[in-house]
Design a protein around this ligand. Structure first.
Ligand code: URP
Ligand code: ZN
Ligand code: ZN
Ligand code: ZN
Length: 507
């Protein structure tokens, strides 16, 4: 780690800004020393030689937390282009100061071994703090034992991702999913699910290829909204049977949100939903683009949806607390790697960019349009993830004793998103040409100014591994179980019950 700062640069005051937390905003100054927020208030008394950042007219928010990245992930014979250096550098450029990546073991591989490999890849490269979720991609008593180890202080993992899709690669059947969720509940860890029906996708893929549909447009056709919605419902049922909370990653459709909302009417354990910058910021029309490069660059799973109402509906779902978190699922592949699927859409490595533009895209689509206020923006881009993954208020809050991970957000800064200027390792951006108003001017990572009035000054290896302890109060604390469901909800007209009292009749 480079330690190039002189002591005065370890002291920083952000003056005249509006501090925005998930529960309110106020005009306050923020004083930082040695990576920690030491004072928040007005007329602060601080040591001489402290650097001042003038935040007049700006918002001072907790740095973003992106709980869904895949740096250097290997898939379909390719490796994701953004590594832990370039990926976290892009994150910081966009205002994100913590990422949580996924360790994905191969079937029959030791989870501990895969975890060690990921730490080796990441520890010396990350420009900001990072945590790890671990995939449960196969099941046996030894996997359970390794989960028990991974949640200890030594490893610091509190969340496990299970796949209902990617048959023969990472997919679990319902029995194994049930066992994995039960184990999570025993350990007070959080199960995460990729909700799509992998068996239906496999059969649809065979049929589409046999009918000569080989291009990227086949991707969504093989896995439409119903295929996602069914899996969301089934995941919720299994979690309920296992008496486990559940976090559904990358929800991409109105059908998925509707199923989650329906499950909430009948279940007692907490159910969390995550959507993606991609869903909010672009749409399914691009997968049908005549240019293979363009179409394939938009292929991720679950797919972008053809329903043009989806982006706004997802913003509303975030605003209305149907969904709690927006991540990126950043998993970029070079054009030559996407070409692995030139003659067969099912072989296109899945994934898109998003870690850099996640915050600006949501600001543009949801705050500038009046769908959500800045407090809710902070909740869904930062604080909720911190609470769910149990790193709050160390992360996700501008308050005394919190880590000095801060974004000075200029709500008037205008720019056009482009691969020509982005920090990703690839030369394609799914938000290409979009004009956004609102972006970070300064980004402070553990007290260090890493975006300095628009100039990116990250340090490779500056970030630390962030342990996520089990037993998050938001997930397992008292009062998190909802009241017992009213029995008639299980039997009566669903349409009526769900729309009754819900702010958005769309769901
Ligand atoms: O298309 C995606 N989402 N790629 C990354 C792997 C996953 O399922 O999250
Ligand atoms: Zn997934
Ligand atoms: Zn093109
Ligand atoms: Zn993912």
């Amino acid at each position: 780690m480079l330690k190039e700062e002189s002591s005065s640069q370890n002291r920083l005051i952000i003056k005249n800004g509006k501090v925005v937390n998930d529960d309110g905003m106020e005009d306050l100054d923020v004083y930082i020393e040695d990576g920690i927020i030491k004072q928040v208030g007005r007329n602060l008394i601080i040591p001489g030689g402290t650097r001042t950042i003038d935040a007049t007219g700006k918002l001072v928010m907790p740095g973003g937390i992106d709980p869904h990245t895949h740096f250097e992930l290997e898939m379909n014979g390719a490796k994701a282009a953004d590594d832990f250096y370039k990926g976290t550098r892009a994150a910081v450029a966009g205002g994100t100061t913590t990422v949580i990546d996924f360790v994905l073991p191969q079937k029959n591989q030791s989870l501990l071994e895969a975890y060690a490999n990921w730490r080796d890849k990441a520890d010396n490269k990350v420009c900001c703090d990072y945590g790890l979720h671990v995939g449960v991609t196969w099941w046996s008593p030894s996997v359970k034992k390794e989960m028990q180890k991974l949640v200890t202080e030594q490893y610091g993992v509190n969340s496990f991702k299970m796949f209902m899709a990617y048959k023969d690669l990472w997919q679990l059947d319902d029995y194994d999913l049930y066992c994995a969720m039960e184990t999570c509940a025993e350990l007070k860890a959080l199960p995460q699910v990729h909700a799509e029906n992998g068996d239906i996708i496999a059969r649809n893929t065979e049929k589409l290829l046999a009918a000569g549909v080989t291009g990227p447009e086949g991707h969504e056709l093989s896995r439409n909204e119903e295929v996602e919605g069914e899996a969301v419902n089934r995941a919720c049922v299994i979690a309920n049977q296992a008496k486990s909370p559940l976090y559904i990653v990358h929800m991409m459709s109105k059908s998925a949100v509707r199923m989650l909302q329906l499950a909430r009417t009948r279940q007692r354990t907490p159910l969390f939903g995550e959507t993606l910058a991609a869903t909010v910021g672009t749409d399914g029309s691009h997968q049908r683009n005549a240019c293979f490069r363009h179409a394939a660059a938009h292929v991720l799973s679950p797919p972008l949806r053809p329903d043009p109402a989806t982006p706004q509906a997802m913003c509303e779902a975030l605003a209305d607390d149907y969904i709690q978190v927006i991540g990126s699922d950043n998993c970029t592949f070079h054009e030559k790697d996407k070409e692995i699927g030139k003659n067969n859409f099912s072989k296109i490595p899945n994934g898109v960019n998003g870690v850099e533009d996640r915050m600006a895209i949501l600001w543009q689509k949801a705050v500038n349009t009046g769908i959500m206020d800045p407090c809710r923006f902070v909740a869904v881009t930062s604080s909720n993830a911190a609470k769910i993954f149990n790193i709050w208020p160390q992360k996700g809050r501008v308050a005394v004793n919190s880590d000095a991970d801060i974004v000075v957000w200029d709500p008037r800064l205008e720019r056009t998103i482009s691969a020509a200027t982005h920090k990703h390792a690839v030369d394609f951006n799914i938000f290409e040409g979009q004009h956004v108003v609102g972006s970070p001017q300064y980004v402070i990572v553990s007290g260090r100014v890493c975006l300095d009035d628009g100039e990116l000054r990250v340090v490779e290896g500056f970030g630390r591994f962030l342990k996520t302890p089990v037993g998050s109060p938001l997930v397992y604390g008292e009062g998190q179980e909802r009241a017992a469901p009213e029995p008639e909800l299980l039997h009566l007209d669903i349409q009526h019950k769900v729309s009754n009292g819900s702010p958005s009749p769309d769901f």
